[in-house]
Design a protein around this ligand. Structure first.
Ligand SMILES: Cc1ncc(COP(=O)(O)O)c(C=O)c1O
Length: 481
């Protein structure tokens, strides 16, 4: 959540210092909102930055909120987000039916708890856990919480192994590529773990296994591999990483577990890249997370964290809540949390099955690859990825293009309603600025065609610019998710 602080200088109340803000608010109300008595709405403009003194009719409150939200973007045109922006009407019905259910109330909502358990078992099976029926896992609010939980388990296991040195002298560290999502930075900061990052190098935009192994020592709680990278959609080489760590163990005795951050790829690779070995088939993979609300195809907030066996999740991190006269183990940062998304996840698993997921994800990949090819064909751009791993691709301006940059393209597309983020890469490729397109279910071939049409229309104008337009560098480089 944004951490809001007091009065935002840009709010309307501040800008309209010459006219009392209440007066402006009063005039801004549509008299029709007063229902039977149009004038009543004009007398009852509630303040927006302190709790109103009294109530207003529900229809008036609805219209006020609804009208303000009209300025939000159109989520279907948002090619920046990985998060689901379309579900079918039956899912909406179930979500509505379950919106009052609290996930933690296992006693009150035992069937919701059972659906969560089934989802965990289905994912354990999908990710080849040694014994899916006894798999350990939980739902979360998203991958960030799942990554925190997985990181906590890694840290606790390391702390127990090193009880003679920790907390007295040893300081734990976690190794990862510099391309990890910001949640890993948060984990390391919040849980006081040193973050050791492998930088990008040349045309390598994600983790290099050998470089990762070099950063490991006796205080390394684990290595994070990302499937696939938020920056460009590429899969990190999980099997190679495990092989290098096997070799490290043989040479030094260090036994370092791997966590796979499959926020997106955890729901792509099992359907489209069945031969790719990245999951619990690799004995070194201790835990995996995914976002149910990304390619799991559910509206935001649901994620999943799974451990290969009960031993990978230290028992003392597990809390127990009442459940039908007994107790049920839980592992979460939150206590109360909506149950509706978990129900929607189970619905989507039932609804699509493996073949359905394969069809949906293949369509997104086909659209991504086709779009990447079409964009390449303009000649103004150079592709960094092709959309053939995650249905996501990144591209930059071609060598010799000096009239405009990726930030100009992003801004001009925004004028047409498209949200295509432009951002610079991290260390050691800060020189490289890219655009990224995330293709999701609901971004149809027709919409992709419209995006190409819009690019085709605006490129001649960009080519005629004398130089890239000035931009606010802080904003341009702030993109991290
Ligand atoms: C690789 C990766 N990990 C973690 C996250 C955080 O996921 P969530 O938004 O579900 O918390 C993201 C989000 O984009 C991601 O791409």
């Amino acid at each position: 959540m944004s951490l809001h602080q007091g009065n935002d200088r840009n709010t309307r109340d501040d800008r309209s210092a010459t006219m009392s803000s209440d007066e402006i608010r009063r005039l801004s109300l549509n008299p029709f909102y007063g229902e039977a008595d149009p004038v009543s709405a004009m007398n009852s403009a509630p303040p927006t930055h302190r709790l109103p003194d009294g109530p207003i009719p529900p229809s008036t409150a609805y219209q006020l909120v609804h009208d303000e939200l009209m300025l939000d973007g159109n989520s279907r045109l948002n090619l920046a987000t990985f998060v689901t922006t379309w579900m079918e009407p039956q899912a909406d019905v179930l979500l509505n039916e379950c919106r009052d259910k609290n996930m933690i109330d296992k006693d009150e909502y035992p069937r919701t708890a059972e659906l969560e358990r089934r989802c965990v078992m289905m994912l354990a099976d999908l990710w080849h856990a040694p014994d899916p029926q006894s798999a350990v896992g939980c739902s979360t609010t998203g991958s960030s919480e799942a990554c925190m939980l997985a990181g906590m388990a890694l840290k606790r296991r390391w702390a127990k192994r090193n009880a003679d040195r920790y907390p007295a002298t040893a300081r734990p560290n976690l190794v990862m590529g510099i391309n990890v999502q910001v949640c890993w930075e948060k984990f390391c900061d919040f849980w006081e773990v040193e973050m050791r990052q492998v930088p990008m190098e040349g045309d390598r935009f994600h983790l290099d296994p050998a470089a990762a192994a070099q950063l490991c020592d006796e205080n390394t709680i684990g290595v994070v591999a990302v499937l696939g990278s938020t920056f460009d959609g590429s899969y990190e080489p999980v099997a190679d990483l495990c092989a290098v760590l096997d070799d490290l163990q043989e040479r030094t005795g260090l036994d370092i577990p791997v966590h796979v951050d499959g926020a997106s790829g955890g729901m792509i690779a099992p359907f489209l890249d069945e031969d790719l070995v990245w999951d619990f088939r690799l004995p070194r993979v201790a835990s995996i997370n995914t976002s149910g609300h990304k390619y799991g195809l559910v509206y935001p907030g649901v994620g999943w964290a799974l451990w290969r066996t009960a031993e990978a999740l230290p028992e003392e991190l597990v809390f127990r809540v009442n459940y039908l006269g007994g107790d049920m183990p839980t592992f979460a940062l939150n206590f109360s949390r909506p149950g509706a998304q978990v129900v929607a996840q189970y619905y989507t698993f039932l609804r699509l099955g493996r073949d359905g997921y394969r069809a949906v994800q293949q369509t997104s990949r086909d659209i991504a690859m086709g779009l990447a090819r079409r964009i390449d064909a303009f000649g103004d751009f150079r592709a960094l990825t092709k959309g053939d791993e995650l249905p996501v691709f990144a591209f930059t301006t071609a060598d010799g293009v000096s009239n405009f940059d990726v930030f100009d393209v992003s801004r001009r597309l925004r004028e047409r309603g498209w949200l295509v983020p432009a951002y610079t890469f991290p260390k050691n490729r800060e020189d490289l600025a890219v655009l990224r397109v995330v293709c999701r279910n609901g971004f149809s071939a027709d919409l992709a065609e419209l995006l190409i049409d819009d690019l085709d229309r605006l490129l001649p104008e960009l080519r005629h610019q004398d130089h890239p337009l000035d931009r606010d560098k802080a904003v341009a480089t702030a993109f991290h998710h």
